[in-house]
Design a protein around this ligand. Structure first.
Ligand code: ADP
Ligand code: MG
Length: 239
């Protein structure tokens, strides 16, 4: 596999005060191949402030999904540490990572991970079941989030019968239902029509569902980067 080196061009220099940061990367390296081949990131060292909205732009194959997955604890860095709200997630075992994801992360992946046999509201409810939220509370929260995302009319439809864009909105509702402090969105407006994009952009602008959250979005969409407080760019290293 050809070596792909990528670096983040824009870095933030802040006085170190860990309480201010949502995500801190300390000399993170990531390669998929053995012995450092297939290198995606050579040395990532930056911090994201809590409660900010940061976009990540870059060409296809530059490592955007990889970075998002490392923040979600779905991929481990090859070296270095990632600290999220004060916890070093690179030292966690798989069980602790599952708890971390359930409590801290709302993820809207690029490739849909909904359960196609279940209905929309059953899919949205899943994180609340994992978190052992009481039944009445689950109903209320599922209703509220589906209304906000504009899919309450589809509540009883089986997800396997929905369009790609409709599934994206269900994925959004599922990410928000647990009220996590961090939202990780992988190219969230890619498959959406103008109307649905407006709903997503509205969420990114901030309201009672998203206010105060740390939002990290990979995107090629100018409308998204214009809303972001900060835009990181990755590029393929010139060989
Ligand atoms: P992007 O999201 O920016 O399109 P990705 O993070 O998905 O890029 O992938 C970056 C590079 O890493 C790509 O060249 C991809 O083929 C490679 N890659 C991603 N996941 C794996 C994997 N599990 N094993 C090997 N290579 C991978
Ligand atoms: Mg990707």
């Amino acid at each position: 596999m050809a070596q792909i080196g990528v670096r983040v061009l824009q870095r933030q220099t802040q006085q170190v005060n860990h309480d201010r940061f949502a995500i801190e990367l300390d000399h993170v390296r990531k390669s998929y191949g053995p012995d450092g081949t297939g290198e995606i990131y050579a040395d990532l060292h930056f911090q994201l402030l809590r409660g900010t909205f940061v976009a990540l732009e870059g060409p296809i194959g530059s490592g955007k999904t990889t970075m998002l997955n490392m923040f979600a604890g779905l991929e481990r860095p090859s070296a270095g540490t990632i600290t999220v709200y004060g916890q070093d997630i690179t030292k966690m075992d798989e069980d602790s990572l599952a708890v971390y994801r359930a409590k801290m992360i709302g993820l809207v992946p690029q490739v849909q991970t909904l359960i196609p046999e279940l209905t929309v509201c059953q899919n949205v409810e899943l994180p609340l079941l994992f978190a052992r939220v009481q039944r009445d509370d689950r109903r209320r929260r599922v209703d509220e989030v589906m209304a906000r995302v504009g899919i309450r009319g589809e509540a009883e439809r089986v997800v396997g019968t929905l369009s790609v864009g409709e599934r994206q909105m269900v994925s959004f509702a599922r990410a928000l239902v647990n009220d996590p402090p961090i939202l990780l969105l992988d190219e969230p407006t890619e498959a959406l029509d103008p109307l649905m994009s407006e709903v997503v952009l509205g969420l990114l602008r901030g309201d009672n569902m998203t206010a105060g959250k740390t939002i990290f979005v990979t995107t090629h969409d100018r409308r998204v980067t214009e809303l972001a407080r900060r835009t990181l760019r990755v590029r393929k290293k010139i060989p």
